[in-house]
Design a protein. Sequence first.
Length: 216
Amino acid sequence: MTLDLFADDTRTGSREFLGEGAVVLRQFASPHVDAVFSALHDIEAHAPFRHMVTPGGFRMSVAMTNCGEYGWVSDRRGYRYDANDPLTAHRWPALPEVFLTLARTAAEAAGFPEFIPDACLVNRYGPGTRLSLHQDKNERDFAAPIVSVSLGLPAVFLFGGPQRADKCLRVPLAHGDVVVWGGPVRLHFHGVMPLKAGEHPRTGETRINLTFRKAG
Ligand code: SIN
Ligand code: FE2
């Protein structure tokens, strides 16, 4: 069965505020998805998805790759941004034009003008895959927001507070939705609930998430 929770599109163009500095832009990425998937295809060919290892030695269940000047990596030495893909020893693929445009216009719509990301982490979730609560804090510049684009299967995004134990909002995200957070909530904890199994016409049994950052 195809999960089509938000197919009636009544949410298209709507905004839901998660607090000061954080907003869901429903279906903001929809006009760009064809170009995004075509760019992703090229990125994957040069920098394949892989399961990184946490500093504690655990294999991450989310499969990841990157594009941009910097890529987020994790291994036994820690979390960091690296200009080279450790798998190939080459630079990460460049940020495609459609990614830059999508990130910039979404940030602008959320009240963060002139956002020019230099890093895009691509996460792929399979059935049951979750992303535990964390802060995005390896970036050098916290003045820039995070722009997060959801593709494929729907997921429940958790958006918490400055402390790990703070209560989280549960935000259902569908294919094409974009979340932007920055300013006072830039370092808030967030995560993703275990992905419910399903089938999406664009991504099969997976959800793909792009997060744009200014890392360097
Ligand atoms: C992330 O926090 O890096 C990804 C969030 C998401 O997959 O929605
Ligand atoms: Fe994150």
